[in-house]
Design a protein around this ligand. Structure first.
Ligand code: ZN
Length: 687
């Protein structure tokens, strides 16, 4: 039976066209059982030797992870209720087996023994890094603890897990609990036709039996989900509606049955206790053991960026106040006026809509432009290979990457939105990793998934500019996976790359969307074939830095608050709101509304992986901007020089991936550490 299961021991590319929901449970469970048996064999006699220990660990569960990647992928791009149920049925067992490997005490002891064995000196840098990462990860998971300390550590971990789920459930329920049905068209004046249509459809969906749901006659339903929220805050002329929506949104999950306030305090206290059990002074120190930055460098970067962007933000808001007054705003510019007037000012200054850009960006042309950049920079070629790999949907493309004529990697591109079956957003996922399988080199294969505008009739997909940027972004992740030189999967490509450095390759690629020759090369008006006119390109570039100071301080407010909560804040003694006010006083120009309870909705740090890590957004932007500056310094229009820097990027950031500490990788590329200068310059914040 197992032999016929397409998930069982996949050799090469997964048979995406043959995997069905009913294969998932039997296939994955068999592979889990095999992996557990491998683990038990190794645990029974873990020799402190590279081949016998780490070699085995690298190989352990290989066919399980390949099969699981295929299932996870199909669940995201070709979902059905059956597939979702099958995925859910085995997910916990998958997590459990992964944890058992990572937290195995006998294996941990052997890894530690290997570090002091005679063999250690003979291992290369990549091998040592693999051992060090495994030891560190196990220690951060409490493996080194004994007796009561270990029991307490595990109890805290379990409670933190539960609290994270409850926190996000509260948030979700509180977000869903509110709606406002509008019947007077005047109340939503200012919204675009598309937005009115969205609100009318939302009404129809919530009240299928009621009449109405027409874009122009209503009724319309406003909720706190992001698209309607943005529509109202950006466009609604009604100040009263904006105020209501803003206040409800900013105070959600902060009172009544869905109050997250007690969770915030409890989570912070438990994290502090857990950190103490492992010998750290606070949670941030623990969390940053496995980051590129440390508490000091992250904090000092945020302070530097704040010092530079704050005056600029103040200037932006002063100008906005003036503009709003001229537009007839009575009284002070309040938080619910900010996005509305900013949007109108943007229209006034740049006067182009994203719809105007679309016809210049047909997907085939954009792809040719993207592949051209990759070829120029990294000396590899990309060729379509449709038909060489089974796919899950007819829209999916398959490509190969070649170097000196030989294939080195491949990727699937699933470009269009399919709301019924495909998750929203865009992402890169690993399908196969680069490694030796029985002596043979397995080439890396990536999934690049977008949710772009589908083609209509015989016209190609016409991409919005942010869809183009997203494609470049995800392709940057894919390149790091595919162009790795490492054959040891746990540190090849994006594996083993510290959390705060992983957006370097992706954001780096986005910069090319603002490079004039590149953009000219990847645009061709769908009717006339004309490249994007210079005048539109210039507006695009100018719009990129519009209100950049205000955007910076907003991110820095979150980052500094997150860091303070996980370092100096004492959950037993200090007042959460007082801290929030103190940080806001330094990081806002428009005084926040006093009912703002953003901590109760700060899911990034209380229910996601960003605790003491929110700074990562800015940290990675510094890296990617500084990396792009290396190309600017060489001369962006000098092909030979761009190629030389590109090859260095390919051999360091992309080629080494997680096989070295990111500080070392970055220095190998740049010859020095990154500075924020380029980021500030690109955002018109320098000097
Ligand atoms: Zn990314």
């Amino acid at each position: 039976m197992t032999a016929a299961n397409p998930l069982y021991r996949i050799d090469g590319l997964p048979p995406f066209d043959r995997i069905t929901a009913s294969d998932v449970e039997p296939g994955i469970r068999t592979l889990i059982a095999e992996t557990r048996a491998e683990l038990e064999r190794l645990e029974a006699d873990p020799a402190a030797r590279w081949d016998a220990l780490v070699g085995q660990l690298d190989e352990m569960g290989r066919t399980l992870w390949t099969a699981w990647s295929a299932v996870r992928h199909l669940t995201a791009v070709m979902n059905t209720p059956e597939l979702r149920a099958a995925h859910e049925a085995v997910q916990e067992e998958i997590v459990e087996v992964g944890l058992r490997i990572g937290q195995s005490r006998p294996i941990y002891d052997a890894l530690v023994a290997l570090q002091t064995s005679p063999e250690w000196g003979a291992l290369d840098a990549t091998q040592r890094r693999i051992v060090e990462l495994r030891v560190l990860q196990a220690e951060l998971n409490g493996v080194g603890l004994d007796g009561e300390a270990r029991a307490r550590f595990n109890a805290i971990a379990a409670e933190l897990n539960r609290l994270a789920t409850e926190f996000s459930n509260h948030l979700l329920d509180a977000t869903r609990a509110w709606e406002r049905v509008i019947t007077e068209a005047s109340e939503i004046a200012g919204l675009t036709a598309d937005e009115r249509g969205m609100l009318a459809a939302s009404y129809q969906q919530a009240y299928p039996d009621a009449a109405g749901g027409d874009a122009d006659t209503g009724p319309w339903r406003v909720t706190l989900d992001f698209p309607p929220l943005r529509a109202v805050l950006d466009h609604a002329h009604s100040r009263e509606l904006r105020e209501t929506v803003f206040k409800t949104f900013s105070s959600r999950a902060s009172s009544g049955e869905l109050d997250n306030t007690p969770f915030v305090g409890r989570i912070l206290a438990l994290r502090k206790e857990q950190a103490a059990l492992l010998g750290f002074r606070n949670w941030a120190e623990l969390a940053m053991e496995s980051k590129m930055a440390d508490v000091e460098s992250a904090s000092s970067l945020m302070q530097t960026l704040l010092d530079t962007s704050y005056p600029r933000a103040r200037g932006e808001i002063d100008a906005l106040r003036e503009f709003a007054a001229a537009e007839g705003l009575r009284g002070e510019l309040l938080p619910w006026d900010y996005r509305y007037y900013r949007d109108r000012l943007r229209e006034r200054q740049f006067g182009f809509s994203s719809e105007e850009l679309r016809p210049y960006f047909p997907l085939p042309r954009v792809l040719a432009g993207l592949f051209g950049v990759v070829e120029r920079l990294f000396g590899v070629t990309i060729e379509p290979a449709d038909g060489d790999a089974p796919v899950w949907h007819p829209d999916v493309r398959f490509f190969r990457i070649l170097e000196d004529g030989a294939p080195i990697a491949a990727f699937y591109l699933d470009p269009y939105s399919r709301p019924e079956t495909k998750r929203g957003g865009a992402w890169m996922d690993e399908c196969l990793d680069r490694r030796r399988v029985q002596g043979e080199l397995q080439l890396p294969v990536a999934h690049a998934v977008c949710n772009g505008t589908p083609p209509v009739g015989d016209r190609p997909s016409l991409m919005a500019f942010d869809e183009v940027e997203t494609l470049f972004h995800e392709f940057g992740h894919a390149l790091q996976h595919m162009l790795t030189r490492i054959e040891r999967p746990s540190v090849a490509g994006i594996q083993g790359v510290e959390w705060d450095a992983v957006e370097l390759a992706s954001q780096f690629m986005e910069n090319w969307c603002y490079h004039r020759p590149t953009v000219r090369g990847m645009t061709a008006h769908v009717d006339t074939g004309e490249p994007l006119p210079d005048e539109l390109f210039d507006k695009l570039v100018a719009a990129r830095t519009f209100f950049s100071g205000s955007d910076f301080i907003r991110q820095l407010r979150f980052g500094l608050l997150d860091m303070a909560l996980h370092t100096t804040f004492d959950p037993d003694r200090d007042d959460l709101l007082a801290l929030q006010r103190e940080v806001s006083a330094r990081t806002t120009v428009i005084a926040p509304w006093e009912g703002d309870r953003m901590l109760c909705a700060f899911a990034h740090i209380f229910a996601g992986g960003y605790s003491a890590g929110y700074y990562s957004y800015k940290w990675a932007e510094v890296l990617s901007a500084d990396a792009f500056a290396a190309f600017e310094e060489a001369g962006l229009d000098d092909d030979a020089k761009v190629a030389a820097v590109g090859r260095r990027f390919r051999e360091t950031v992309l080629g080494l991936g997680g096989s070295r500490h990111p500080v070392e990788v970055y220095r190998a590329f740049r010859g020095r550490d990154a500075t924020p200068d380029a980021l500030l310059r690109h955002n018109a914040l320098a000097g």
